[in-house]
Ligand binder design. Structure first.
Ligand code: AMP
Length: 848
């Protein structure tokens, strides 16, 4: 390359080059060929960086085809393949054409048949160079700077010989950058990349064709690909590789399949976007009893299958067994459960690292049932089937000797007590784990009882107040964690009772994972301790992907702590304010769907939240929203938004239904009202409901039938749902299950979200039957705009006839755009300020 260019450029100065057009044109192919060698290096290098995305599947990449591409060019003197190899002797599949001096060019280059592998939308990426016509000597009238790309669908290779006019045009391709011979001199490589997409495709494959009509082009590479959402495991459900939809705005709903050893909790679903991203995860699977979640699997050892009896005496049975067929990891220990036949409710558990034990202290001549399970780092496997063995009978001599009976009774009793003490000692070792081990028959019974009430439809929320001893409630619903298992890392917030920290929890046999830790500050009163732990007693009763999950409590050492799952993005209101305007409507609806699903669960459990607000929703790094803040003192002492009502209770007025404010009628229907306010907060990215109106004004306006106006750019269907949630008659409000279904429908059919609330009606709604803005606090348009730091627009407003506050009151979003206020942030500021003024003046909002 260097030598050729040098040869060409050294022969002449720039002016000489103009006088030597033919030399340049004749040398063009040769130059291009050399340039391509350079480009190829560049392209090959970048390809490994740029194209190794999992969600892109190549159907053709001309750079990687080693043999003949099999493309056809006609007429024969049109497109030409450059018969070059790169430094590794791999062929360079590059085509060029440069018939800029001849009239009526029509040069076609047809690819071979490309299977679409089931994709209905495919992408074509072209890399090419194009010569700038102006730089060609003599101002060549015939020279073009574009070429055309076509396709033809066919199920097999038969379509190859079709006529030109049967091809469907994809686009005319122009270069962003064309090159001149000066660029050649400077050795500047102007490689263009253009991508076009085609769909929906209905056949099995297609041909591409490139038509040149008189340009000077080198087609360096052609890559054809489709996008897919790659197979993932989310919430213990596996979602298959999914080819994106045919439409560029289509979201495909995909059902997940629970991973091995897990079962459906709520049917898991996700949505595959046209860009190949997974969006809006819904539902989840749970590991089956005996399995634990680890790295998105429930991999636990298979059950012990063969158990053999060893030595049997009248008071003991020795057993041995073999390792499970599929240990699926290193077996850490075995758990042996045994009980006297037909006495299952009272059983004993022994843990052993060996594959044998001796159970002693048994009754003579009695049948015992044994079950064994193994534990690996992934948790416990299932129990083996039941094995039944009998102790030896008491010898006749002994049994006839009545005098021995008290001794036997005493020794059996002592044996049992000793055994219990030993087991207790073994299991109470200061290991990181829940100190409620399963050795206590009462607990296992309790567990069973809990398991029973966990059945859908049967389980209801139990108010911890109903327990005489609140400590009992905590220990019933929350696991005790050893403080030594917790590492506190940093303070992330302030709760009513003390600091909220982030940190890590390492339980025995489990991976360390991040947690949030609420602490009870020192010097607490007994009531504060009770109220603090009350939240854990409530939270511990819930198990749902959209409810904050309780890991456990620390009550046996100080500070007293509540440990929950960690939500990376903190509280939803702050998160939305920080990321104003950053999410797609679908993402926002996904958040709302999660909250509604959590609330459905709570209402099914018979739990009324009473303080549902964006500040009490937490959001994690996957944008999954979870309902939190289950204070026991439901007078909402800890909510800074809560204000005392005339009846004495503290209520977050702006979020609360009128009947709850007026006569404390808190129900799931009043939670639905609050949910409507949360919808409004989400769609307006954390705006304060009713802005700076006073609580008294809010109560009055709502009572008079006014409602919040639609947030900006809000889909009409969502605003309608908000208004439904704010029905005065609480029985007319939708139920949470209806809200979930409605949001699901919208997610499945995103085009239903395209109709936005009409911007002008949004504003004029506020003004009905009320006095004009002109009588407000601002004396002039300039003063108002200055006050909201939008003074730069004063002149534009005045020039366009908005010279009084009365006139300003009529401004709509369209007007703003017309006036040249194009920045969305500025539009929002102005419209929100107008709304605020109007709302304050009319002392009300959108009349229903
Ligand atoms: P709370 O006392 O529950 O209102 O918590 C106070 C603040 O701590 C919240 O507003 C959050 O910013 C933060 N926080 C509470 N719980 C968590 C959690 N599980 N994950 C992350 N941040 C949390």
């Amino acid at each position: 390359m260097t030598s050729l260019l040098e040869e060409l450029l050294s022969c002449c100065s720039a002016s000489q080059k103009i006088q030597l057009p033919w030399l340049i044109i004749n040398s063009l192919f040769a130059i291009a060929t050399q340039i391509l060698k350079y480009l190829l290096k560049f392209v090959t290098h970048t390809s490994s960086l740029t194209f190794f995305f999992l969600f892109i599947v190549n159907l053709l990449d001309s750079r990687t085809v080693m043999g003949d591409l099999g493309w056809i060019a006609y007429p024969k003197n049109g497109w030409e393949e450059i018969g070059e190899v790169d430094e590794n002797y791999a062929p360079i599949h590059t085509y060029q054409v440069c018939k800029v001096m001849e009239q009526n060019q029509n040069n076609w280059l047809l690819t071979s048949w490309i299977s679409n592998q089931g994709a209905s939308r495919i992408f074509i990426e072209l890399k090419f160079t194009l010569r700038d016509c102006n730089s060609l000597p003599g101002g060549l009238g015939t020279c073009k700077e574009t070429f055309n790309m076509y396709y033809f669908e066919s199920d097999d290779e038969d379509g190859r010989n079709i006529r030109e006019n049967q091809y469907i045009k994809i686009d005319t391709i122009a270069a962003d950058e064309s090159f001149t011979e000066l660029d050649l001199g400077d050795r500047v490589m102007k490689l263009n990349t253009e991508v076009r997409d085609v769909g929906p495709l209905t056949k099995k494959g297609f041909y591409l064709a490139f038509q040149d009509v008189g340009a000077c082009i080198a087609l360096v590479s052609v890559r054809v690909y489709y996008k897919k959402c790659p197979s993932v495991v989310r919430n213990l459900a596996r979602f298959p590789d999914t080819i994106t939809g045919a439409d560029s705005s289509q979201l495909l709903e995909v059902s997940g399949v629970c991973v091995n050893h897990s079962v459906t909790d709520e049917a898991p679903k996700m949505h595959c976007s046209a860009e190949g991203e997974w969006l809006v995860p819904i539902g989840k699977c749970l590991c089956k009893a005996g399995y634990e979640e680890k790295n998105n699997t429930c991999q636990a050892p298979s059950p012990v299958s063969s158990v053999k009896k060893g030595k049997i005496t009248k008071n003991s049975i020795s057993l041995s067994w073999q390792e499970p067929d599929r240990p699926n990891g290193i077996i850490l220990e075995y758990e042996i459960k045994y009980f006297e036949k037909d006495q299952e409710t009272s059983y004993t558990i022994i843990k052993s690292k060996e594959t044998m034990i001796t159970a002693d202290g048994l009754k003579p001549g009695s049948a015992y049932v044994f079950q064994i399970r193994a534990r690996t780092a992934a948790g416990y496997g299932g129990f083996s089937r039941r094995f039944e063995f009998e102790t030896s009978p008491v010898s006749v001599a002994a049994s006839s000797d009545q005098s021995q009976i008290p001794i036997i009774v005493v020794s059996v009793t002592v044996g049992v007590i000793l055994l219990a003490v030993v087991i207790g000692f073994l299991l109470s070792g200061r290991r990181c784990g829940y100190s409620k081990a399963k050795q206590d028959p009462e607990e296992e019974k309790m567990h069973f009882h809990n398991g029973h009430i966990k059945l859908p439809g049967v389980r209801t929320y139990i108010d911890p107040h109903t327990y005489e001893d609140p400590n009992q409630a905590v220990h019933e619903f929350a696991k005790e964690i050893e403080a030594s298992c917790i590492t506190i890392e940093r303070v992330i917030g302030a709760g009513e009772f003390g600091e909220v920290c982030s940190g890590r929890l390492k339980l025995q046999g489990k991976r360390e994972f991040p947690v949030a830790i609420k602490t009870l500050k020192v010097g607490y009163t007994e009531k504060q301790r009770r109220d603090f732990l009350g939240e854990a007693s409530i939270m511990g009763q819930f198990d749902h992907p959209n409810i904050i999950h309780l890991e456990g409590v620390v009550t046996k050492s100080k500070p007293v702590m509540i440990v929950t799952e960690y939500m990376e993005n903190g509280s939803l209101d702050t998160f939305l304010k920080k990321n104003d305007g950053q999410f797609t409507v679908i993402q926002l609806v996904g958040m709302l769907r999660g909250i509604a699903s959590g609330m459905k669960y709570l209402s099914d459990m018979g739990y009324v939240h009473r303080d549902l607000a964006a500040r009490n929703i937490l959001i994690n790094s996957n944008l999954v929203c979870k309902v939190s803040d289950f204070g026991l003192s439901r007078v909402l002492e800890d909510d800074p938004e809560a204000a005392y009502t005339t009846r004495g209770g503290k209520i977050p007025i702006r979020w609360t239904a009128p009947e709850a404010i007026a006569f404390r009628k808190f129900t799931s229907a009043s939670d639905v009202w609050s949910y409507g306010i949360v919808m409004w907060e989400v769609m307006s990215y954390g705006e304060r409901p009713y802005w700076e109106m006073t609580n008294q004004d809010v109560i009055k306006a709502v009572e008079e039938g006014y409602r919040l106006p639609s947030p900006m750019d809000c889909p009409a269907a969502l605003y309608q749902l908000m208004l439904d949630c704010w029905q005065k008659d609480r029985n007319s409000r939708p139920k949470f299950d209806e809200i979930v279904s409605m949001l699901d429908k919208l997610i499945r059919n995103p085009s239903s979200l395209k109709t936005l609330v009409n911007a002008s009606s949004r504003v004029s709604n506020l003004l009905v039957e009320h006095s004009p803005v002109g009588s407000g606090a601002y004396r002039s348009v300039g003063e108002w705009l200055e006050a909201i730091k939008m003074g730069r627009y004063t002149e534009i407003f005045m020039e366009n006839g908005y010279s009084s506050m009365d006139a300003v009151a009529q401004v709509t979003l369209e007007d703003l755009r017309r006036l040249g206020v194009t920045l969305v942030g500025h539009q929002k500021k102005i419209m929100n300020s107008l709304q605020e003024m109007k709302v304050q003046l009319v002392n009300g909002m959108v009349p229903l």
